[in-house]
Design a protein around this ligand. Structure first.
Ligand code: ADP
Length: 166
């Protein structure tokens, strides 16, 4: 049985991520999505919220699990018995960073390999950062994330605005 992990920030998960998740779930027996607890980033959603959102967004895919992790992706992979790390590639700009990270991970853990899935063309522009930026300025994000996430983002941004006005 081949277990793969898909680590990332997922703040929040977009249709681009979901496309990679669906395709990776076809390739591997089990796909464990790891939501990274990254103290250097200030995310819109907490780790727990991101895990809950991802769990709901992937509830129809039987061989997918969602959890959170801290630290190195290779340690996360080893801890759950995975031999493969899945990453998504969009533009050529992703490539440099992703290749460097994959090669570093290979040094750290030669028993774990990285596979890259190229984005489906219609999602090649899509990132969590863009989605949040468009939402902040009141733009329509329904083409970027599932409906229930549109609502979650709206609630979060409204709560943030209230907090800022205090
Ligand atoms: P990270 O902070 O680890 O880059 P992200 O949540 O932004 O976390 O992304 C997780 C993975 O998903 C990365 O490999 C990223 O390149 C990939 N990814 C993000 N958006 C897309 C997309 N629209 N299509 C394909 N892959 C994507």
């Amino acid at each position: 049985m081949t277990i793969a992990v898909y680590p990332g920030t997922f703040d929040p998960v977009t249709f681009g991520h979901l496309d990679i998740i669906q395709r990776a779930a076809h390739l591997y027996d089990k796909l464990i999505i790891g939501v990274l607890h990254n103290s250097e980033k200030t995310p819109l959603f907490s780790v727990k919220e991101r895990v809950n959102i991802l769990t709901k967004a992937t509830e129809d895919i039987a061989n997918v699990e969602v959890c959170s992790f801290e630290g190195l992706s290779v340690d996360f992979a080893r801890n759950v018995g995975a031999k493969v790390i899945v990453r998504g590639l969009r533009l050529i700009t992703d490539f440099e960073y992703e290749l460097q990270m994959a090669q570093t991970n290979r040094k750290l853990a030669p028993d774990v390999d990285t596979t890259f899935l190229y984005t489906s063309l219609q999602y090649s522009y899509l990132s969590s950062t863009t989605v949040k930026e468009v939402a902040r300025f009141g733009g329509d994000i329904r083409e970027f994330v599932p409906g229930f996430i549109v609502e979650e983002i709206k609630k979060k941004l409204e709560a943030g605005d209230k907090e800022n006005r205090k």
